[in-house]
Write a protein that binds this ligand. Sequence first.
Ligand SMILES: [Fe+2]
Length: 397
Amino acid sequence: MKTDNVSKQRADRVWLTKAACDLEDFRREVERTTQLSDYPHAASVEKNVLIYDGASVLKTAATGEGRRAVLAEICEAFATGPGVFILKRAFEDTAIIDTASGIFDEIIDEQHRTGAGGGDHFAKPGANDRIWNSLEKHCLKDAENFAAYYGNALIALVSEAWLGPSYQMTAQVNRVNPGGQAQSAHRDYHLGFQTSAVIEQFPAHVHRLSPVLTLQGAVAHCDMPLESGPTLFLPFSQTYIPGYLALKRQEFRDYFDRHCVQLPLSKGDLVYFNPALFHAAGTNRSADIKRVANLLQVSSAFGRAMETVNRERMSARLYPALKVMLADGRLSGAQAANAIASCAEGYSFPTNLDRDPPLGGLAPKTQAQLMHEALAGGWEAAAFTEALAAQARKKLS
Ligand SMILES: [Fe+2]
């Protein structure tokens, strides 16, 4: 009898179920107030969401000790804090954003003309326009603008705060037209995109793992007053471990609808949130605002990203742009390193260790390391492209 009890308790601990989710447990997690005093680098708290000033974060992060403190604060804001924050004025030069918006408009027009472009897993056709893998399309269309855009120090800083180095950037544009309806509350990739039947097959520690494998961000490409429908969030909801399953139950969705918060954004602001946070894009009630955000989905070096990205092709395109921009002073070395981190593969594995043995360590050279080496050595673009291809061949089985 005692054995049965131990076994049942253990099974209930390891196998989370939709049926066992409890709204009172959930309320104990989410009915908390964000204290500004716990986040000394934040500028304010609005509707339980932390607000940071981009320039002041960068100023603090300029010293080793300051960087350590800021990254730790951001890390805990995601993990145990409200799980969402806004970085105001993350792009001081919004001309970079405007140029990128023009590129995205061109891509959307091409999708309309050719009937290309996929559907959307969250919205009805026509309500919005999606650019899947805007990362690669952006780089191939205008590598210099890509370098300036992803050279942004705050994108790199926040990605590293949650995922550590060698993260894998992916991005998707969402342009929500007036009349576009709100999404239903959800969590994001990985487990957030699975059915309850699938989610219930993963042991509890994988429910904890999923949110540390990715990070969600968004760059505001236009001013987004509340009427245009910026994202709805439920602060602290990422801390409820069975939340992937809870969202399949109506009373949790109703709770989200009653308690979610929404903040206006300005062009050039960045929003970041834990992928396990309950959230949904809002309804665009405006008459004429096409709400455009570039959604950043950053994956851990150790995870599998949602999208396939041809990083070899992107790196070949980015390299000559970086060379020119570094030479004429339009890009600093640090900005170039940020752009490389968003473009090239930053991790050594998987590889073929017969052909690609680690030299002077345990991890073979990465695509990103190769790009740094080429830039430092002033290689010609053709030589770099050939080296990229040779490296890719070595990794094949
Ligand atoms: Fe989402």
